[in-house]
Design a protein. Sequence first.
Length: 234
Amino acid sequence: MTILGVEDVVSGYGSMEVLHGLSLKVEEGQVVCLLGPNGAGKTTLLRTIFGILRPWKGKIYFKGEDISGFPPERLVRMGMAYVPQEYNIFPSLTVQENLEMGAFIREDDIGPRMEEVYELFPDLADRRKSRAGELSGGMRQMLAIGRALMLNPELLLLDEISTGLAPFLVDAIFERIEQLNEQGVTVFLVEQNAPKALQSSDRAYILEGGEKKAEGSAQEIAEDEEIGRLYLGR
Ligand SMILES: Nc1ncnc2c1ncn2[C@@H]1O[C@H](COP(=O)(O)OP(=O)(O)OP(=O)(O)O)[C@@H](O)[C@H]1O
Ligand SMILES: [Mg+2]
């Protein structure tokens, strides 16, 4: 089943068109990555999917429903979660408080879910009373993911969560993503680190200049020398 469908989406800021009619799909249960250079429009696409920007044209479907123009709160309730590229935690709050904020719309007991998130990220459990702003870059990104997981999302949108991290932390983050996916979460991730993202993904899309330049299985994209040379800096 297709969990996310983007059809001929045009979007941008003010009068500046960034996405020029983009179509892609994410199948339920998969990890799909979106790769492309700086300024390609990757973040703009995630913002448009998550309802922070409204598509000028085209449609967005989530679990078969047309969600074009739905606000983020509504999408969160439907099972979508988004980890933005920047400002994705509250630095002055503790780890625990950040996780609580992630569960803001839940009225039931969030304790069990919080323990599951701590199981996935044991380092966070050890630091639950620390201020998020005191954590290392890698731990902050883990916290940002943990926060998004507090509402048991079916689809997780991740924007460059590994950028700027040391290689062993990048590996740790991708291991967690694969683990989450095994638990049934569909993941759509935007990455600069193409080799790593392709290793962990089922499918991949290449975006440049607001247009789709290639798509295929992650393996096909990883092995395509021309794509590597043109878009992935190989
Ligand atoms: N808030 C904004 N207002 C106006 N223009 C913006 C805004 N955010 C991004 N842009 C512009 O939109 C275009 C696409 O930017 P976007 O952030 O989507 O790229 P990206 O692929 O995510 O790049 P990066 O890899 O650097 O994060 C760029 O030309 C950028 O300057
Ligand atoms: Mg971006």
